[in-house]
Design a protein around this ligand. Sequence first.
Ligand code: MG
Length: 234
Amino acid sequence: MSIPTIAFDADDTLWHNETLFAVTSQQIGALLAPYADPENLHRRLVETERRNLRLFGYGVKGFTLSMIESAIEVSEGRVSAREIQEILEAGKKLLAHPIELLPQVRESLESLAKTYNLMMITKGDLFHQESRIAMSGLADLFTAVEIVSEKNSDTYRKILRRYHLDAQDFVMVGNSVKSDILPVLEVSGRAIHIPYEITWELEVAELGDPDPSRCRRLQSIGQVAEVLKEFFQP
Ligand SMILES: [Mg+2]
């Protein structure tokens, strides 16, 4: 029997991410309050991000550009150069923000790495994700790191093929039902969902009632080892 591969999402699975975006959104909401109420701005931002995903992809840079576009829209062109500069600064701050690992991440990965091949599959801006992986100090625990532009069934199929993995021996662990769970089940892999405290609007999806022999939902990464034992018991 080959050694199973356990792949981990990074943002909001291994380290905090969405909370940082939420705090930045709130700060920009306060900055632009003279032009629009923060809820309206937020709605506009989500729409703009959705529209721009195809062009900008995921990550802080796309978020920053979409925020500027939304600011111009809600202010009907009245937003000042100084205010746009503050939005840019907020984006740069997000890019430079230190990595904060979620609880039990390091010890869980260290222990799992003794039994399984660990892989990281994350989407987002290549340059930023590479620097965060380096900053996280976790890179050595993974036999492979994949930074992809989208996580759909095609992406997972390609990764399985590239690494000569059998879907039966592949488990994805992540916080996003849409990106980490549903497409993996679709290619006959197994998945472990660990929800994060908040979910980005563009990642929201329903999991339904999946077969427990193929998919589980856990509170913490510390419980993953136990589920893997069940998944791979002889
Ligand atoms: Mg994630």
